[in-house]
Structure formats: C-alpha cells, structure tokens
Design a protein. Sequence first.
Length: 187
Amino acid sequence: MKKTKLIIILLVLSIILIACNSTEVLEEKYKPEEGQPEFPKLEQYWVVDNGCGFDQETVVWADEILEKLRTDKIAEVVIVCQTGIQNNGPFNDEKIWILNWARWAEIGDVEDDRGVVWLIRPDVKPEDNRITITVSDWLTWYTAIDYGPTLEDAANFANYDNFTGALETIVSGTDKTLREIWRTKGE
C-alpha cells in the first residue's frame, strides 16, 4: 500500500514538473536556425509587422477577420512580415523558419491543430519567394490547389512593394476559401 502511494506521488510530481517545463522545452526545441532572425512575439493582432509598414487600419481590419476565423473554430491564421530571413539551403530557409515559428508560437487550435501562417519577406527579391505559407498537418483539406490563387495574387502585390495590398489579398482570400471548404470538409 505504501509503495503504491509513493508511486502515485512520484507520478504526480513528474507530471507537474513536465507541465512546468513544457514552455521552456518548446522554446528550446523550436528556435531559429543559425543565421536567421529571432522569432517575433505574437502581440495584439494576428498580424506581425517587422518590415512591411502595413497600414494600421488594414491591420485592425485583418485582425477582426482572422479572429472571427478563430472564434468560428475554423482555423488560427497569422500573417508574419519579417526581414532578414535567408535561404541558407533546404534545412535552413524561409519555409523552415516559418514552420518553426508557427510551432514556437503554438499556432493552431489545441484540440485539433488547425493553423495557417503566411510569411511575407519584404527584403528579398521577388524571384526569391516573398510570400510563403505553412499549413498545419490537420488541415489536410486546405491544399495548394485551394490557397494557390491567393498566394499568386498576394505575390503580385508584394512584388511591387505593395505589402498592404498583399495583406488584404491574403486575409480576404484565406477567409473566403477556408469558409467555403469548411462547409463541406471541415466538420
């Protein structure tokens, strides 16, 4: 009996220690690769602007739409504008950076991990992919066929340094497409 109680106490203490250290482990596990910028924190809005100079009214508008996607339990969607991200090979490029950022920031519903993160890199040449997207594993029904037109339209704005236009396009296209697909495949 005493042995069973001791085992239960040790298990409970282990669980508490794991829970207390989970944030530290997450931050340690997901970090920028060497030569890449630090991860920006998700602050007041679902839009992070580190170099695009988005119009503030557009950021507020975008945040309202993205928050509605979240509260309707369709997906958590974030747009990150970040300078300094380099393509340093297949294991250290913008796709790896944004994927690790999404994991680090814990984007996606806790229960079913539906998250979408768009990355805009205003300081690279247009041919170096100014816009990138990462979609969590549980959004199997939101594919390149679905987000491709939005990506292409937003890239057209970004390639002419109209980052607010790219933001508007991403938010409108993502909202429309996710809601249309959600009606048939999401539930």
